[in-house]
Design a protein around this ligand. Structure first.
Ligand code: AMP
Length: 285
């Protein structure tokens, strides 16, 4: 596996691959790899000949009160794991190379970024779309993979890609969970043993919701009430939002029907966690 540190070297590599007729698949990440990241890399192997994983803790997607400085990092371990997965390139640029002095341009997707996580994280999605746009230009992928765990991010990136006429296929990968249901996240390392127990409330609430839908419940407001009750019954969990929205438009839905995603954001102690379920989609183990 090659480790590339500069945008110019990344583009030179991409140009060589394209000249040789090799398609590139990109897996954007912020590192501190867990099994969810590794699943994305494995999926990538089947989608194009060359796999590029970017590892960049993108400063402009963190708010001033957020965890940029303490975001978990372990480059050596990440590089070893990516190498084991057969990744061709780990692209890990410095922040100063991605945002040199004088850079002023931002990519904004309006509307889709206002609700859900956008409400409590102003500027977050603009940071995400700006860095992903830059990665698309530098890596020149035909395919890019994103996790459904960050389903608002996935919807925003699909929108940006279509709006900017990028000929890139966006693949959404199902949420990868721990055996007990907790959605994998680099931020799970912040949780104490008690908090981790409380955090299981999120996946428990989603399982309850899926069961209620199976029973024929169609009232979204009723479901949201039940889910909030489950979440708040766990000590130490503060609900930020529980919403039923359309998977593409992200607009609120009153009626539960195919394409509706139940999305949760909650604080467990000081850690903000998100989880969701596309309620009518086939269940992924
Ligand atoms: P991150 O490093 O947290 O920015 O995540 C990098 C990519 O991995 C994003 O597309 C995430 O949606 C995806 N991802 C993170 N956690 C999971 C998970 N538990 N299951 C599936 N995809 C995930």
């Amino acid at each position: 596996m090659e480790i590339i540190r500069t945008p110019a070297a990344m583009t030179a590599w991409a140009n060589r691959m394209i000249a040789a007729g090799d398609a590139i698949v990109l897996v954007p990440t912020m590192g501190y790899f867990h099994a969810g990241h590794l699943c994305l890399m494995r999926r990538a192997k089947g989608l194009a000949k060359r796999v590029v994983v970017s590892l960049f803790v993108n400063p402009i997607q963190f708010g001033p009160q957020e965890d940029l400085s303490r975001y978990p990092r372990d480059f050596e371990r990440d590089a070893a794991l990516a190498d084991q997965e057969g990744v061709d390139v780990l692209f890990a640029p410095e922040a100063a190379a991605m945002y040199p002095e004088g850079s002023r341009t931002r990519v904004t997707v309006s509307g889709l970024t206002d609700g859900l996580c956008g409400r409590s994280r102003p500027g977050h999605f603009e940071g995400v779309t700006t860095v992903v746009a830059k990665l698309f230009h530098l890596v020149k992928p035909q395919v890019a993979i994103f996790g459904q765990k960050d389903f608002q991010q996935l919807a925003v990136i699909r929108r940006m890609t279509a709006d900017l006429n990028w000929d890139i296929e966006i693949v959404g990968h199902p949420i990868v969970r721990e055996a007990d249901g907790l959605a994998m996240s680099s931020r799970n390392v912040y949780l104490s043993a008690d908090e981790r127990q409380a955090a299981l409330g999120l996946s428990r609430a989603l399982r309850h919701a899926r069961q209620r839908v199976r029973e024929g419940l169609t009232d979204a407001a009723g479901l949201v009430r039940e889910v909030c009750e489950i979440l708040t019954s766990a000590t130490g969990v503060t609900v930020e939002y529980v919403e039923c929205v359309d998977e593409a438009s992200l607009l609120p839905c009153a009626r539960l029907a195919p394409g509706v995603v139940l999305a949760i954001a909650a604080r467990v102690g000081a850690t903000r966690l998100i989880d969701n379920d596309n309620l009518f989609a086939e269940e992924v183990q």
